[in-house]
Ligand binder design. Sequence first.
Ligand SMILES: [Mn+2]
Length: 347
Amino acid sequence: MGLIKLLFLADTHLGFDYPFRPRIQRRRRGQDFFANYQRALEPARKLKVDAIVHGGDLLFRSRVPARLVDMAFAPLKEIADKGIKVYIVPGNHERSKIPFKILSLHPNIHIFDSPRTFVIEKKGLRVALSGFPYCRESVRAQFPRILQETGWREFQKGCDGHILCVHHCFEGAKVGPVNYTFRYKEDVIRVCDVPREFTAVLAGHIHRYQILTKDLTGRSLSTPVYYPGSIERTSFAEKDEKKGYFMFKLAADKNSGLSIHREEFVELPARPMVKVNISPQGMDEKKLKAYIHKALKSLSPQSIVKLDIQGFIPEGCLPALRASALRELAPNEMNISVKFVQMKKTY
Ligand SMILES: [Mn+2]
């Protein structure tokens, strides 16, 4: 029996910081997202996989220019034209506003625009991919019903196994600098509600790469949940995270059924994010500029920098903290922003 090679990526957020008519000229991060999108799709373009699954949030929000939709769709069409199957889960940034219908006309592109099941077949190996679009209202309560609506049970006889594709939080998923853990809220799916017949859950939505293998009490899950995370950092909460995508080899055995024969997390380059703390109390404009200049010089010019300005800001220092002034101090490739941790004026 054959192996099915599957590439799984999610949360590409295309369009993030990618204005078509920018009001000011500065380095934008949008191109980084497109570059990593292309890198992640490379194994598919080189025909090294049989199928790709996009776990949702293809675009950064639901209302986007038609040109951006075309830019996001073109690589997927190109891959589908080569005979590779493409499966897409609409995420919370998608809903009905993105014209997925255009894509779904392609015979190799399949969209989970409603709860449904598609079958991938290769050399006698048949895998049922079930999924549904992002559910806005209390998915925790509705999950068992929506899962049933995918019709997955009807594919039990003819298939070697099942994979679930969604764009949701599951119990135990972690995010942020202090490892916030999703637990009991109404938008968090219970891991025990995933039937053991599923070999894996492929999920988008959580931007940190992780594999959930245990429930909240520490018991092993019969079905692990795979989050590839976002392909680039979308906020400072992701500053220390690895970014990338998954490559899976699926295999089946008469006794044990479908399994992930091999899994690999492929890392993508991500820009360093750095916070710089500054207390400008007692400085004048010149001194503050010199201080910032020195701090920025010590960083990789590719960095995305946030200046955390703490405490009192002498009035004379304010011009040095204007966006335009900061751009002059920073290398061209650097992104720089300011956050006033406790903004107060002194007189
Ligand atoms: Mn997302």
